[in-house]
Structure formats: C-alpha cells, structure tokens
Ligand binder design. Structure first.
Ligand code: URA
Length: 445
C-alpha cells in the first residue's frame, strides 16, 4: 500500500477554501514545520487561512496535541519537599496591556507552599510578554535547564523560563504570528496557550482570559468561547483547568512596558501598588491555591509580610538577575499634560499597547531586540481627579525618532471629563470613568 504524503500547498488550499483539516494533515504540517519541512512563508499563509476560516473544536484539539507532541513534556509528579508531595499549579493570560500579574502572582503562590513551573512567552502583537519584562532585570535569564527548573521548584517554589524544548512548534508559530497579523484568532490563541501549558506538566491550570478593547478577542462572547475551549482542552488531558474572565478595556495598573512593569510589580510585592493589579493577583492566587488543594493560606498576607517578595528575589537571583541593580528607563521622554481640569475619563488599552509597542517595547521583525526601558507611566487613571496642566502620561524610549508615532497612537485614546457619567451610559468606544465591566467578570470551570 502506498502511503499518502502531504504537501504544504494542498493543506493551505484546503483551509483557504473552508474545509476542515484532517487529523493526519494537522499532524503532518505541525511536525514538518517544526523540523523545517514547511517554510515560514507557507506556515504564514496557513495561519492566515486559519485566521480567516477558523477551526472547529476537533481541529483545535488535534492542533494542540500535535504542538505538544512537537517537543518534550515535563513531569513533576514526583516533586517532594520534606517527604511531602509539592502540588504544582500555573496560570497563563491570553494577553493584555500592563498585565504584569505573573510576576507578583508566581511569588505569592510559592510563598503559600505550591510550586509554579511557568513557561512564559515574549511580547505578542500589542501586548507585553513576561520574558521581555523579566529580561529587563540586569543578568536575568529565562534560558534555564530542566534540572534547574526542578531545583528551583523545590528550593524556591517557582521558575519562570522560556518554553525551550516544550512545544517548539508553538515557539516558531508564536514568533510568526507576532509579525504576520495572525494573532487575534481563537484557535491559534487556544492552541498556543494550551500546548505550552500542558507540556509544562503542572498539576492544575488557571487561565486569565481577557475581555475588551485591549484583548485579542474583543467581545465577551468570543472571550467566553475561548475560555470554554481552553478549559475543555485542559480537562481532556486530565488537567484541572479553570478560566477567569477579566476586563481589559483599560490598561492594568499605572505602568505599561518592560522594566517599568517590573518596577510596578515590585511595588505590589512590597505591599503597595495599584488596586487593580493587587485585586487580580489575589483573585488568581485564590483560584490557583484552590485547584492546588492548599487551604488556610491568605495570599494577601504574603504581600504584606514580605514572604512573596523574598520568593521573587530568590527566583531572580537563581536565574542570574541582580535584584539590587537599577532597572533601565528610556533615555528620552515626552509627557502629555492635562488640557483642562476634571476627572480622567477613559484610557483605551489597545491604543496604549500600540503606543508602547511603537516606543520599542515590542517587535516588528522576528527575533528583534526589544527596549527594556521603553514604556508609558500613567499618572492619572480613569476616575481620578485631574488639574489643568498636570502630567497625565510620560512616554519613555531610547530612540527619540519613535516618539512622534507613539504620541500619534495615544492621541484621541483618552479623555478628561467633567464628572464621571454613570457606568454603561456612554455608547461607543469612549467609556465611562468607572469601567463598564467589573475587573473580574466571571469564572468558567
Ligand atoms: N499567550 C500565548 O501564549 N499565546 C497566544 O496566542 C496569546 C497569549
């Protein structure tokens, strides 16, 4: 019997013309792309076809399984400390603006007694990535061995690392999506997140699924579908998985960028920081501890008593970072002043993400180096009083030629109003000062 062989043009045409991809075609294309048998331009075309045509749940499940099978799977089922099994749990966000939650959260969970093996990603589209943020700490490396990951889980309770040999198909596809306009696709987001997370071997997973203007999927209905799809993928592989839907209409916190977000995370770890960052950190921690079976620990206490900060410092030091080094900040800046007094009305998270990307915090070409010091400080958040002439935003970059385009992106994306209108009363894209939705919208799973 002759074995049927696939080729990239046939697979691309099938999806382009709206057909389902068979299990065999999916297995072949993921394996061939991982090993260089499908070119970047062919995979780009297929990703665009998937972006436009979508995939059903069966295709998403097979695509995810094939991405997991493209590399190794970690196993921490024998992780023991003082003779007792250490539960492992992780969280992943679908991508937001100012979303630095992983940094304090990982430390909080470690301080509460579980272990977090976090395979993290780089910036994607207009959103930041945990690795780009942490690499702004002088000396920090995310390229650590599996042996080091295990040792850190035992000694510190956390490791944050580049996925490396976990789901290498995702590493390649993720980098390609970032520069080919194919990020905002439910099947591609679900398979990207879940392939890394299921390969990483945590006992349980919590997913932070963003909703709103700064999210990849804008409507609550799409985000709910994404959450349900990912929860189903996790449960199908026997991993307890829960999703929390959270608002991403306005940026999280007062800092958006790389080093500037690490600095804000340190404020949270020191018991301060913006309310929304603290609220989301604690809520996700509660969900993670619940799934990990850890009772009687108050995650908020670990921020107050410094135990989470101790874990974060230990993690950074173990991964080569200098916890005492000054964090970089862009050498050029421009500040936007309030044109009038009143109340900060709105800040569009999408526009803010693009502003920071234009300042140099993200990539326009595969593998490009990001600027650690690029970012925006938000001086006034929606609902806060504003005096005429005071600073509202400060933009930082090492490259002053980037400032005009970044200022152009920010222009028209925020407002100062007389008084906050009642929530939900403003139609269209300009939102009220108290956000239309609560920060934590719902839980799925
Ligand atoms: N995070 C990921 O790992 N992948 C995506 O596609 C989006 C967010």
């Amino acid at each position: 019997m002759t074995e049927f062989t696939f080729d990239a043009p046939t697979v691309i045409r099938a999806k382009r013309d709206g057909f389902r991809l068979t299990d065999e075609a999916i297995d072949w294309v993921i394996d061939a792309y991982t090993h260089g048998g499908v070119a970047d331009e062919q995979m780009s075309a297929l990703l665009m076809a998937i972006f436009l045509r979508g995939m059903d749940r069966g295709e998403i499940s097979r695509w995810t399984t094939a991405m997991i099978a493209s590399g190794e799977k970690l196993d921490f089922s024998d992780l023991r400390r003082d003779g007792r099994r250490v539960p492992t749990v992780d969280k992943h966000s679908t991508g937001g603006v100012g979303d630095k939650i992983t940094i304090p959260l990982v430390a909080v969970i470690a301080a509460c007694g579980a272990a977090v093996p976090q395979a993290a990603g780089r910036g994607l589209g207009h959103t930041g990535g945990t690795l780009d943020k942490l690499e702004s700490i002088p000396g920090f490396t995310a390229e650590i061995t599996k042996t080091q990951v295990r040792q850190q889980l035992l000694e510190i309770g956390a490791a944050i690392f580049a996925a490396g040999e976990l789901a290498p198909a995702d590493r390649k596809i993720y980098a390609l999506r970032d520069v080919t306009g194919t990020v905002e696709s439910l099947p591609l987001i679900a398979s990207s997140v879940m392939s890394k997370k299921l390969a990483e071997g945590a006992d349980a997973l919590v997913l932070d699924v963003k909703v709103g203007r700064g999210a990849f999927l804008k409507t609550e209905a799409e985000s709910r579908e994404l959450a349900a799809t990912m929860v189903e993928l996790g449960l199908a592989q026997g991993v307890p998985t829960r999703a929390v839907l959270t608002d991403m209409d306005i940026p999280l916190g007062r800092a958006v960028g790389n080093a500037i977000e690490v600095a804000e995370s340190l404020e949270v770890l020191a018991g301060g920081g913006p309310d929304d960052v603290v609220e989301l950190t604690i809520r996700l921690a509660v969900e993670m501890l619940d799934l990990a079976g850890i009772d009687g620990r108050d995650p908020a206490q670990t921020l107050r008593d410094g135990t989470a900060m101790d874990r974060f410092r230990a993690l950074v030091a173990a991964q080569g970072g200098d916890v005492h080094a000054q964090l970089p900040i862009g050498s050029h800046s421009e500040t936007v002043l309030a044109p009038r007094g009143g109340t900060m009305g709105d800040i569009n998270a999408m526009a803010m993400g693009l502003t920071v990307w234009r300042l140099g915090a993200g990539r326009a070409h595969p593998g490009e180096r990001v600027q650690s010091g690029a970012g925006v400080r938000i001086h006034r958040r929606p609902g806060e009083p504003v005096s005429a002439g005071e600073p509202l935003f400060t933009l930082y970059t090492d490259n002053p030629q980037r400032l005009p385009a970044a200022m152009g992106e920010l222009d028209g994306s925020w407002s100062v109003v007389d008084t906050c209108p009642p929530a939900g009363s403003i139609p269209g894209s300009l939102r009220s000062c108290p956000p239309v939705r609560p920060l934590i919208i719902d839980r799925i799973g």
